[in-house]
Design a protein around this ligand. Structure first.
Ligand code: THU
Length: 135
């Protein structure tokens, strides 16, 4: 999968599901897996990592973004986010703002889904209109 090609949503979702098994969630037991498709076609992943202070917890989406940036990727086409239940969870506000840092036009495609069969698709601009930008 590389820039310009159709997005392989299946591959992205499989990667997000695999990440759910790595979630470190002793407090909420709410497993989240995220898979980011880079502009160059790689898939970078992350899971939520909780902390006894609660506040130091990092969401799956941010784990994926920070891992991707650390690996040299700053351009992204899409993100798949796997949660659980009858309704798919959407990225929290902080994660939306972090994603916006790397999606200046808000065109990043976001698919939120669960293994139970829920699925919803958005653009980042739909999820976070008027993102904060340093002018
Ligand atoms: N969580 C995420 O991983 N992504 C989100 O966008 C929302 C919440 C995690 C944080 C915490 O580990 C658990 O879900 C419950 O809030």
């Amino acid at each position: 999968m590389s820039a310009g090609e159709a997005i392989d949503w299946g591959a992205l979702k499989v990667a997000a599901l695999a990440m759910q098994t790595r979630a470190y969630v002793p407090y909420s037991e709410y497993r989240v897996g995220a898979a980011l498709l880079t502009a160059s076609g790689e898939i970078m992943t992350g899971c939520n990592v909780e902390n006894a202070t609660y506040g130091a917890t990092c969401c799956a989406e941010r784990t994926a973004v920070f891992s991707a940036v650390a690996a040299g990727h700053t351009a992204f086409r899409a993100i798949a986010v796997a949660t659980h239940g009858a309704d798919a969870g959407t990225p929290c506000g902080i994660c939306r703002q972090v994603l916006a840092e790397f999606s200046a036009d808000g065109a990043l495609e976001v698919v939120c889904f669960t293994p139970e069969g829920a699925e919803a698709r958005y653009t980042l601009a739909e999820l976070l209109p008027h993102a904060f930008r340093l002018k």
